[in-house]
Design a protein. Structure first.
Length: 290
């Protein structure tokens, strides 16, 4: 009898543990589904409105799944605005910013993680402190600098101020702290300089980090609105977010055209995220755990 009692107790404990595990799994699954619906629902609604007939939208009879799909809204946007040119401007600016920002963040992160120089810690925290300064506070000073350098009204007026990212430097430093110092020391013993160590050892091990930095910079630059609106004075240089503002001014009640334009703005960045997704998640996880 005494031997059977502990056995029943262990069985009950295992049963309770399995029940709690199942409840936890169900709770996590339900939470994930709810979060996914909250994220996907606005995107789906944008697609529905973008491809719904204008008469249906004006009548307020938008359906969850439209009875008729039409490209009239997209065609109207392309006929009224230089969307292709604005898409090219957004792509050129965003890719340039992403390449420069990724390179600068990697180099600065390597310096802060593996080079020992006087004042490195203070300089690192000063760089982090700039994250607390809203960009609106420095826009006047930035405008005067850009104007003084005769860059106003050019792509460079948007690209250069966006190339430096304190958050990118922080992520790069945290990630590169995980590179074994033994590998770096062994490379230096073999005669490699800082450039050799960076390009032969650090960079090949940092592919997830490169994906994260590139995508974050690309996303921020692609969605940037306030500074390009100030720095780009000509219509032919506008980016898609600025074009969306002008579209809303012309089509005050044309929700289909507005959503079609917004879809054209969102779609490229979604495709890029799907391509970089695995590296993006892996790089963020490794950067955030240190």
């Amino acid at each position: 009898m005494s031997a059977a009692t502990p056995s029943r107790s262990r069985a009950r404990n295992r049963s309770r543990a399995r029940s709690r595990s199942r409840v936890g799994l169900v709770a996590r699954t339900v939470t994930a589904v709810v979060v996914a619906l909250v994220v996907v629902a606005p995107l789906y609604w944008m697609v529905v409105v973008a491809f719904s007939p204008r008469a249906e939208l004006l009548g307020g009879a938008v359906r969850f799944f439209p009875r008729t799909w039409t490209l009239a809204n997209v065609e109207r946007v392309f006929a009224s605005f230089p969307v292709v040119a604005w898409l090219g401007n957004s792509t050129a600016i965003a890719v340039s910013v992403a390449v420069l920002s990724t390179a600068l963040s990697l180099l600065a992160g390597y310096a802060f993680a593996h080079l020992r120089f006087r004042g490195s810690t203070v300089l690192f925290f000063v760089a982090l402190a700039t994250l607390a300064v809203p960009v609106q506070v420095i826009m006047v000073s930035l405008f005067r600098i850009v104007t003084g350098l005769h860059l106003y009204g050019t792509y460079w007026a948007v690209i250069l101020p966006s190339a430096a990212s304190a958050f990118g430097v922080f992520l790069a430093r945290q990630f590169l702290l995980g590179v074994p110092r033994e590998l770096i020391e062994a490379a230096r013993i073999d005669g490699a300089g800082h450039a050799g160590v960076f390009f032969r050892i650090v960079l090949p091990m940092s592919r997830p980090l490169v994906a994260v930095l590139f995508f974050m910079s690309l996303l921020q630059s692609w969605n940037d609105f306030a500074w390009p609106l100030i720095a780009l004075r000509e219509n032919r240089l506008f980016t898609l977010p600025i074009g969306l503002l002008y579209l809303q001014g012309q089509f005050n009640s044309d929700y289909g055209a507005t959503m079609a334009f917004a879809l054209l703005d969102v779609l490229p960045i979604v495709v890029v995220f799907l391509v970089f997704q695995r590296w993006f998640v892996q790089g963020f996880a490794r950067s955030g755990l240190r």
